[in-house]
Design a protein around this ligand. Sequence first.
Ligand code: FEO
Length: 428
Amino acid sequence: MPATADRADAVEVARGVHWIGAFDPDLRSFDIILRTANGTSYNAYAVRGDAGVAVIDTVKAGFGARFFHRLEAVADYDEISTVVLNHLEPDHSGALPELLRRAPRAQLYVSHQARPMLKGLFDPEEFAGRITGVGTGDTVDLGGRRLEFFNTPYLHWPDTQCTWLEDEGLLFTGDFLGCHYCDTRLFNDAVGDFRFSFDYYYAHIMRPFRAHVRTALDLIEPLLLRTIAPAHGPVLREDPRDYVRRYRALSESGLHRTQVKTLAIFYISAYGATRRMAEAIAAGAESAAGDTESLTGGVRVSLYDIEGSEPHPFVDLIEEADALIFGSPTINGDAVKPVWDLLSSLTMVDVKGKLGAAFGSYGWSGEAVPMIEDRLRRLKLRVPVQGVKARLAPTPDEFLACHELGREIALHLLGRAEARVIDMASLA
Ligand code: FEO
């Protein structure tokens, strides 16, 4: 059977649990930013208990017919007592309003964070009295089995949660532990090799929230997991803990370094002026770092000319760095494209709270420095030191200002910025 052929049946994934989602083999980009070489799937599930049926997640708008067809194969609408949305992004909530209309008995369970977001999907008045907010430890009884909720925000929106079916050791994880990989063989032990897709999905969806990933892992690692049922990609029934361990490794990489603080300076230079400013900043930072023979307790300063690389290899460095300084000449009233390309990659990682600064030479206006600073602030970096601009070739005073910029940033990293000795004579 071709790996991308659709098929109409619901698929049993555990006792009384069916996959009722939809395959989207032709999708080639998701949320604009992700490439999807193998398409994706919108996984939804039906869980049958003695007292009712629960539907976990729905599908993207446009795929509702297949979802309802599969649902109708395993349950009548009057049997549906429970609908759970682990995540409200449209690829999972597209068929939700119609499902609630077709299943008049159903109560909708979403995280507390999701409740106020529902008005973006439908008029809550239409389903008044049928919506319940839940958090970690809350449960829903289906008769003979129950669903338990784990609040796991930012995986990858604030609303996300996981749902646990203990009697089958089955965890419905939403985007978490999923990937964009469409293969109708459905199970991880039957589909093609999707490791690249799993890691790619982590890098683009989960990585910016890796602290939240670790918090969620703390919640789910103690569970006696037999199957992980994500909202995209293969159902993980063979060695599900392998995938949990992979997320643990990815989300903790680089966290066990020594006490060294790291400062990364990225620059690009048309005629060498911005490069020499970068070198002065690096020298200033090292002057504050002190003992460079043993960096323990100090600052490791790294300098990179971004003209020599694509942005991607720098992403790991950016994620691990404690401070980031960007240098760009101003050309046509703007920072240059390679700098913007690198700055755009900052959204792939968690940069909130890192230190940031900017510098660069210019011909007649010098907008690049404040534009970079503005970008850094909007990404929630701290920009404690004003950037340095130099017209054409930097003067000795401007090199001194660069040296001071580097020194100040290093002192902030070392927690010594407040201890600076002010030369009172210079204030006279
Ligand atoms: Fe699959 Fe965040 O949506």
